[in-house]
Structure formats: C-alpha cells, structure tokens
Design a protein around this ligand. Sequence first.
Ligand SMILES: NC(=O)c1ccc[n+]([C@@H]2O[C@H](COP(=O)([O-])OP(=O)(O)OC[C@H]3O[C@@H](n4cnc5c(N)ncnc54)[C@H](O)[C@@H]3O)[C@@H](O)[C@H]2O)c1
Length: 310
Amino acid sequence: MFTKISFRGKLAGIARLRAPSPLLARTSVESTIRARLSSNYSTKVHPSNETLASFSMKNRVVVVTGAAAGLGKTFAKAFLESGCTSLAIVDVNKEGLLKAATELATAHKDADVQPYTCDVSAEDEVQETFRNIAARWGTIHSLVTSAGIAESIPAMEYPTSKLKRIFETNVYGSFFCAREAAKHMIGARTPGTIVLIASIAANTVATPQPQALYSASKAAVKQLTASLAVEWAPNQIRVNALSPGYMATEMVKAIGGAQPALMDKWIDLTPARRIGDPEDLKGAVVYLASDASRFTTGTELRVDGGYSVV
Ligand SMILES: NC(=O)c1ccc[n+]([C@@H]2O[C@H](COP(=O)([O-])OP(=O)(O)OC[C@H]3O[C@@H](n4cnc5c(N)ncnc54)[C@H](O)[C@@H]3O)[C@@H](O)[C@H]2O)c1
C-alpha cells in the first residue's frame, strides 16, 4: 500500500508499493473499485426519460468498435437507450461480441443489433466490415471507435513488435474505421458524427506506471481528431474525441490488478476521488454523436473526474 496519500503536484515523498499475491490483488482491485464507486460519490441518475430531443439517436445507423466489452459495450447500450434501432457492434473477440449482441438485443427487442467480427488494425477487414454495415442499412450516421489496447512496459524494455501493435490498433485502427465510415457518409450524402476514444493520457503523463507508447498513441488519436474534423467539415462530418480518465473496465483492472496499490494512487490523483464507472461516459458519448453537439467539431471532451486539471 502507499505510505503517502496526496494530490499530484503536492506529493512530498515517493510512495512505496508492496506486491501482493495475484488472488489478493484481484480481490483488492475489485473491492477498491466497488468501495470507491459506491461510497464516495452518488452514481444515481435522475429517473426520467425527459430530455432534449437533440440527444435522440432515433433513425441513426450507429457503429461502435470494441463493443464486446468495457466502454464500447456501454456506449452501445447508451445509443440503444437513446432511441437507436440500427446498431452495428464490431470487435476482434468473436465470442465476447456474440454474447454482447445477444445481451443488447434481448434488452432492446425493437432494435436491430448486428455483430461484426473484425480486427480494426487490418485495413481490408475494416473495409469489408463497413461495406457490409452500409449494405445492411444504406448508410452510416455515427461511429465510435472504442477498440483499443493498453499496456504498461518500461520504455527501455519495449519490444518493437508490441510498439507496432499498439500503434496499429489504437492509431491506424481508429483511422481505418473513421475513413471507411466517412467514405460511406460522403457517398450517401449523410451528415455524420465520429467519436474517437482517446484518453487522459493524450494530455498528461499517466503515472506512476510506464506507458509511453500508449500515451503517444492516444496523443496521435487526439490530433487525428482535430485534423479529420477540419478535412471533413465541408462534408458535414463532425469528428470529436472523448477522453476518459481511469474507468473500471478489464483494461484498467489488467494493469491495476498486477499492482493494486496503483488503483489507490490513481484514485488519489483524481479530484473526484474515485475510479470512473463506464456509465459515467454515456451522456458524453451521446452528446458528441447526436445533434446536441451540432456546432462542436475537432474538440476533445475529457470525462475524468478532474484528473487532467490538477
Ligand atoms: N478503461 C479506461 O480507464 C480507459 C481510459 C481512457 C481511455 N480508454 C480507451 O477506451 C477504449 C476502450 O477501453 P476499455 O477500457 O473498454 O478496454 P477493454 O479492454 O475493456 O475493451 C476493449 C475492447 O476492444 C477490443 N479490441 C482490442 N483490439 C482490437 C482490435 N484490433 N480490433 C477490434 N477490437 C479490438 C477488445 O476485444 C475489447 O472488447 C480504448 O481505446 C482505451 O484505450 C480506456
């Protein structure tokens, strides 16, 4: 555990980490997340369906990548809850994807939820997938690129193969999907929205874990967002980035689980004093994908409990 608890910038000493057993680590991570989600902060939302009509995703064909798990699956849920009835979910994990599709379709019987197995880093697979999606529904209105990988490896030890893989997935994968979606939007003369999932790591150095390549890949995604927004604005395609802070998904547990004191450190560095719940991102992703944000393009929306402003 940490011997010193303080906000970033005010740290007076170096925290010491103790490595627990793997079983203890997992239990500790789960209980830390649960405790931080439930006790420190209310995650209850107002139980009403009344909202601005401009947030509606009705009559929109929406594509979410990385939707077999984690944030992508929550984004898919958010669109269905916001009226979307034509939803394509894309992931490289076929088994997880089929499970997610069944779960989502069961909860939203009026919706057509279609799974597409695809490795977003493979350009030909992405092209075929988006061709199939456009063929099914005629066009594409919105894309969210949540497929991504993270890893914590010291720079001096970073294998070149892994370095390439993280850029192929996070940067090229986001770009291939954005470009194919834009091609179909332009071809069908459909105004569209693209939300690229970046990270707080695009702006700040995530510490204390070594993550240089992940951070660099997310900074690239943020700049891609701005550049594509300018390039495609004449085609009425808006491109924005959503940058989450530390959220409770398998990605974060995989890194935090190996060294659970990290979780306490991340919480300590976050003014909201908790790890984010994927549900915390629902409003932001629907805002950026819907008409509610119709004059917003090229920007980055940070949803991080205040992490990046301290
Ligand atoms: N969880 C966080 O704290 C956090 C914070 C900031 C940004 N993000 C970003 O949000 C996105 C989603 O993260 P998550 O926490 O849900 O991760 P996750 O590991 O829980 O889910 C990622 C999903 O992407 C899929 N995927 C991975 N590589 C793929 C590929 N090549 N092709 C297709 N699908 C692929 C995985 O199978 C998985 O279903 C990532 O881009 C991540 O970098 C996450």
